[in-house]
Design a protein around this ligand. Structure first.
Ligand code: BGC
Length: 753
């Protein structure tokens, strides 16, 4: 049994210790749910559809629970209060239906893991699953049995603050890691008390917010919606995510909370999803300012019709559903169908049998094995973007290290966004970890700036003095946690405050400078990357950021993180993503702005598709990342050069560690359909595998391509594979590799993904 499995078994055993319950058979759950619904009043049914934010064991809340007016509570994390409120529901209501307690446990509860975008940079589903398992164990120990995660909104725009909570720009990477996260939260048996129900959110298209501004409108043709934005949601529905959350945005003019096509026709009817749909916070009410509902009563009717089971904090159902049913505008059978999904979840979670938290074993936080897993997650997440030989720190030459920058000792900010339960004293910073590793006397600390937005240069002279005394400068730059996340979008993606100026002064000392960026998104760091001798990118890493970075910088551990997004040269390139379509005039013979001659003719720079100031493409492409060793790829070998209906083709590629130390590499399978009735992207990821190789070792990675992976949508919802030529790469990133040819021989319609 490997280390990870041991930890899993230990965590599962902790859960099993509370009860030896097993999942009830589905038929048994259905019959109990139907029996209960048959005995409920309309008022009690509506109560189950109402979710409120907790505010302690307060008389008003207790009154609402006793009246059966609340079905679930979010944001209550004190296990004693959870038990007291639960006792009111179970012992002081007519039918004794338990509450569900929910929380946004996004990347850890107490032991904080990298933000989801950072987890995506690991390209390792096992790491993501393990993090989710630990988060579920910690959060469920205080009674949280439902998390609003994972967020699988595809995000192609770094300005959007919530990109931090996503797995980045690619549907295949997002679906693979999203499924792993669901597995981690829910394990194999949701009824065990140390699990949490997952929630696939935000359904759908939220990450396509126009101009990267949160909550903004989206306009997504159905083919693109299905090829890109819905793909991870379908995978999560198939993987059994117990719940879904609809999104705030409108798609093509219809807000998700009232979008029957999305919530009923696609999710329920087409995909056969039978879990629960919760609204986003106040999103039913928000259909009024959207201009889709006349008033809250109208909004309630639209949400019920679309298929929103639970109203989170809009008070639309409690305020109006009774009247809507009594006036015949909503049928009671429709209400029953929503209630059924809520009760079903409560049974599946085992709450009827085991409603209370075991306070004796509650607060299972910061176990050594959990901290270890959190450290390994950051180690796999950090990306080495540039290295001119400065890294790893050469212990025989380096005696003194200057640690500089506002993110060197930022216990709060290294945790990142969406951490409601942070106890920042548990965050181990790079400064602390480096002092432990190299000895306090060898680390000269001068932050230079107090925080990332700091514009004051008063600390610069101390920082420069520290740099001059040292053999190497480690400059910890980035973005504070509050600069990403919900409603925290930025139009300017450069390093905030005077961080860039400080780097220039450090570089002017002539000392080698390593820039380590901790941020909630891919920032536009072109000038700084050119200046620094080495660049490490670490999306906010959480509790164990410091020890992980110390291990990587010192060379104790090798880098294996890869970009889950395309890094822009300049903010104005956004939205920027690798799986773009070609123009009729692809970039060619780029002349940049400073190279244009005076009074040059209008057509002198050529008429191709690029920016005069930013050129074309990413600074660091999707999939990219360096290592302390080198990898070489053989040309891909296909088991057949043609594929017909129902055929499969195996793609093999041998990856060799041609350097002199062990390392991990992410082999990425890409395809391109060269000619199609709706033009296809220049590359699309279709699989990946992270492998570890000793020096000189080779491994053959193998992927299987089926027609489903060559397919795309036409006429809205129809899935086709068109005959013709495809390129197939196995490559280290979206820009490299040698393609093999594959021919699709017959037109095919395949089952939708
Ligand atoms: C967010 C959701 C979150 C919910 C509950 C909303 O503002 O969009 O992602 O789950 O709040 O906290």
């Amino acid at each position: 049994m490997n280390k990870k499995n041991l930890l899993f078994s230990a965590l599962m055993a902790a859960g099993c210790a509370f009860s030896a319950m097993a999942v009830l058979p589905e038929a048994e759950i259905n019959s109990r749910v139907n029996d209960l619904i048959g005995r409920m009043t309309l008022e009690e049914k509506i109560g189950q559809l109402n979710q409120l934010s907790g505010y302690g064991y307060a008389p008003e809340m207790v009154g609402q629970i006793r009246n059966g007016a609340v079905g679930s509570i979010l944001n209550e994390v004190d296990p004693e209060v959870v038990n007291k409120l639960q006792r009111e529901a179970v012992e002081n209501t007519r039918l004794g239906i338990p509450l569900i307690f929910a929380r946004d446990v996004i990347h850890g509860f107490k032991t904080i893991f990298p933000i989801p975008l950072g987890q995506a940079a690991t390209w390792n589903p096992a790491v993501v699953e393990e993090g989710a398992r630990i988060a579920a164990d910690e959060a469920s120990s205080v009674g949280i049995r439902w998390t609003f995660s994972p967020m699988v909104d595809i995000s192609r725009d770094a300005r959007w603050g919530r990109i931090a909570e996503s797995f980045g720009e690619d549907p295949v990477l997002s679906e693979t890691l999203g499924v792993a996260m669901v597995k981690g939260y829910q394990s194999d048996d949701l009824s065990q008390p140390n699990t949490m129900a997952a929630c696939a959110k935000h359904f759908a298209g939220y990450g396509a917010a126009e101009s990267g501004k949160d909550y903004n409108t989206t306009w997504i043709p159905e083919e693109l919606l299905r090829d890109v934005y819905l793909r991870p949601f379908k995978a999560l529905a198939d993987a059994g995510s117990a719940t879904f959350m609809c999104s705030f945005n409108d798609i093509n003019g219809v807000p998700s909370s009232g979008n029957r096509k999305l919530l009923q026709n696609i999710l329920r009817d087409e995909w056969g999803y039978d879990g629960l749909m919760v609204s986003d916070w106040g999103s039913i009410q928000q259909m009024i300012p959207h201009g889709y509902s006349e008033n809250l009563r109208h909004a309630a009717a639209q949400a019920v019709d679309a298929g929103v089971d639970i109203d989170m904090e809009s008070y639309a159902y409690t305020g109006h559903l009774r009247d809507l049913v009594e006036k015949g505008e909503v049928s009671e059978a429709r209400v029953d169908s929503l209630v059924r999904n809520v009760l079903n979840l409560k049974y599946r979670l085992g709450l009827f049998e085991n409603p209370y938290v075991d306070v004796a074993t509650s607060k299972r936080f910061y176990a050594p094995a959990s901290l270890d897993a959190a450290r390994r997650a950051v180690e796999e997440s950090a990306i080495l973007l540039k290295n001119t030989g400065t890294l790893p720190i050469n212990n025989s030459k380096v005696k003194k290290i200057a640690v500089i920058g506002p993110m060197a000792d930022a216990q709060h900010d290294q945790a990142g966004t969406w951490v409601f339960d942070l106890e920042k004293e548990h965050s181990v910073t790079p400064l602390t970890a480096l002092q432990q590793m190299y000895g306090k006397e060898n680390v000269i600390y001068a932050p230079g700036l107090d925080y990332t937005r700091d514009l004051s240069t008063k600390g610069f002279s101390d920082a420069v003095k520290a740099a001059k005394k040292a053999d190497v400068v480690l400059y910890f730059a980035g973005e504070e946690a509050v600069l990403s996340g919900e409603a925290h979008c930025r139009a300017d993606l450069s390093l905030p405050g005077a961080q860039s100026r400080l780097l220039q002064e450090l570089k002017a000392t002539g000392k080698p400078v390593v820039m380590v960026v901790q941020a909630g998104r891919q920032l536009a760091i072109m000038p700084e990357s050119e200046l620094a001798d080495a660049v490490v990118y670490c999306f906010h890493g959480g509790t164990m950021t410091g020890p992980a970075l110390a291990n990587l910088l010192s060379g104790n551990v090798n880098f294996s993180g890869r970009c889950p997004v395309s890094f822009p040269r300049m903010s104005g390139q956004e939205p920027l993503y690798y799986n773009r379509k070609n123009t009729g005039r692809p970039a060619e013979g780029i002349t940049l702005i400073n190279d244009i001659e005076l009074e040059a003719g209008q057509t002198s720079t050529g008429c191709t598709s690029y920016y005069l100031d930013a050129g074309d493409g990413a600074l660091f492409p999707f999939g990219y990342g360096l290592s302390y060793t080198d990898f070489t790829y053989s040309d891909p070998v296909l088991s057949a050069s043609e594929i017909g209906p129902d055929g499969t083709v195996t793609v093999k590629c041998t990856v060799t560690n041609s350097g002199d130390r062990a390392g991990s590499e992410v082999a990425q399978l890409y395809i391109r359909d060269h000619v199609a009735s709706l033009i296809r992207p220049v590359r699309e990821l279709r699989g990946f595998e992270k492998i570890t190789l000793q020096p000189g070792e080779s491994k053959t990675v193998e992927f299987v391509l089926t027609p489903a992976e060559l397919a795309f949508h036409v006429n809205g919802s129809q899935t086709v594979v068109e005959p013709g030529e495809f390129s197939v790469w196995v490559a280290p990133n979206a820009n490299e590799g040698t393609p093999a040819r594959l021919t699709v021989v017959k037109p095919q319609t395949v089952a939708s993904r």
